[in-house]
Ligand binder design. Structure first.
Ligand code: BYC
Length: 317
C-alpha cells in the first residue's frame, strides 16, 4: 500500500514535468531502465569512435583530419558524461564496462558496419549523427536530471558533427564522377542501418510504453524515424543523391513520406552479435581496456600516495 502511494506520487511529479534527481525516491524499474538506456548510450559513443578512427590517418587533407580527430574526441567526451550520469544511479563504471565486454549490454546496431571509403565519414555525419540528433534532442527534456543535462551539451556537439559530415558529402557531390559515385555507394550502404537506429517498430518495442509514461522517451521509435525520413529526403536533393528505397514517396494525406519495409531480421542479427564487425569492435574495446590497465593502476597508486601524504601532513600539523 505504502509503495503504491510512493509510486503514485512519483508519477505525479513526472506528470508535473518535475525533474527527478539522484537522491530522490524512484521505482526500482525506473532506475534499471535508465541504467540500461544510459549505459548502452555511453557504450555506443565509445564503440562509435572505432569506425571513424579507422579514417583519421587517411583523411584527405590536414583540415579534414583535424575536424575528424576533434569529432572522435567529442565522442569520447560524450561517453564519459553518459557513464557519469549512469553512475548517479548506483552502478559503477567497472560494472558497465564489464557488461559491454561480456556482451550483456547492447550498443547501437550502426557501429557494427565497416567504414570502407572516405565518403563513409560524410555519410556517418549526415545520416548517423542526423538520426542520433533526432533521437537525442527530445532526451534533453528527459525526466531524469543528470541524463537530460548531459544531453544538452551532447546535442550541441552532435549538430556540429552532422554539419561537418554533410559538408564532406556536399564537396563530393560537386566533385568528379568517381567522387559522386563514392557518395552514392556510401549512402546505399548506410541508409537502412541508419533507419534501424531508432529501434523496433512501436508494436514490437517492449520498453516504449513505460518509458514514455515516465517521460524518459518523449516520442516513439516510429515517430522519430518518420521525422528523420522527412528531413533526409529534402537534404538528399541538395546532395543530388538517391535514397535507396523504391517505396519512398510523398503521401499527401499523411503529410509525410511513405517508405519501404525495414529488414528486421538483419537488425536483430546485428544487435545479437552477428553483424559484419561485431567481433572486431568488441575485440578492439577489450584490447584497449587490457592495454590501458597500467594507466589505471598508475593513477590509483598516485591517488593513494597523494591521500597518504595529505593524511601525514594533517597528523604533523
Ligand atoms: N541498436 O523497446 P526498445 C551516437 C534494443 S550513439 C541496438 O525500443 P528502448 C553516435 C533495445 O536496447 C547512438 N539495440 O528499447 C556515436 C532493447 O534491448 P534491451 C546511440 C537496440 O530503449 C558516435 C530492444 O532493442 N543512441 O549517436 O525503449 C558517433 C527493444 O527496443 C537499438 C542512444 O543510445 C539499436 N539501434 O528504445 C556517431 C540513444 N534499438 O535493452 C553517433 C538513447 C533498440 O532490452 N537510447 N535496441 O536488451 C534510446 O533512445 C533508446 O534506448 C532506443 C531504444 C530508442 C535506442
Amino acid at each position: 500500500m505504502k509503495t503504491e502511494s510512493l509510486e503514485q506520487r512519483f508519477q505525479d511529479r513526472i506528470d508535473r514535468e518535475e525533474r527527478i534527481e539522484p537522491k530522490d525516491w524512484m521505482p526500482e524499474k525506473y532506475r534499471k531502465t535508465l541504467i540500461r538506456q544510459i549505459s548502452q548510450h555511453a557504450h555506443s559513443e565509445i564503440v562509435g569512435m572505432l569506425p571513424e578512427g579507422n579514417w583519421i590517418t587517411r583523411a584527405p587533407s590536414l583540415r579534414r583530419k583535424a575536424a575528424l580527430l576533434a569529432k572522435v574526441q567529442d565522442e569520447a567526451g560524450h561517453g564519459l558524461y553518459l557513464y557519469a550520469a549512469a553512475e548517479t544511479l548506483g552502478i559503477s563504471r567497472d560494472e558497465m564496462i564489464e557488461q559491454l565486454h561480456d556482451g550483456t549490454a547492447k550498443y547501437s546496431n550502426i557501429f557494427n558496419y565497416p567504414t570502407l571509403t572516405w565518403a563513409d565519414m560524410g555519410t556517418i555525419g549526415w545520416l548517423v549523427d542526423g538520426a542520433a540528433i533526432m533521437n537525442q534532442v527530445p532526451l534533453c527534456r528527459c525526466s531524469y536530471g543528470p541524463y537530460a543535462r548531459a544531453m544538452v551539451r551532447v546535442c550541441k556537439e552532435e549538430s556540429f558533427h552532422q554539419r561537418q559530415g554533410f559538408e564532406i558529402l556536399l564537396t563530393l557531390s560537386r566533385g568528379n564522377r568517381e567522387q559522386r559515385e563514392m557518395l552514392q555507394e556510401s549512402v546505399n550502404r548506410w541508409w537502412w542501418p541508419s533507419m534501424m537506429m531508432f529501434g523496433p517498430n512501436d508494436a514490437d518495442s517492449p520498453h516504449s510504453q513505460q518509458s514514455m509514461a515516465w517521460k524518459i522517451k518523449r516520442f516513439s521509435n516510429d515517430e522519430l524515424r518518420q521525422k528523420f525520413v522527412d528531413v533526409c529526403v529534402e537534404q538528399a536533393k541538395i546532395l543530388n543523391v538517391t535514397i535507396p528505397d523504391r517505396d519512398l514517396k510523398w503521401n499527401e494525406e499523411r503529410g509525410h513520406y511513405d517508405f519501404g519495409k525495414i529488414d528486421w531480421d538483419e537488425f536483430w542479427r546485428v544487435v545479437k552479435g552477428d553483424g559484419p564487425c561485431n567481433r572486431q569492435r568488441l575485440k578492439a574495446r577489450i584490447d584497449a581496456h587490457e592495454n590501458g590497465a597500467w594507466v589505471r593502476d598508475a593513477a590509483m597508486a598516485f591517488a593513494k600516495k597523494q591521500s597518504e601524504r595529505k593524511q601525514a601532513q594533517k597528523i604533523a600539523s
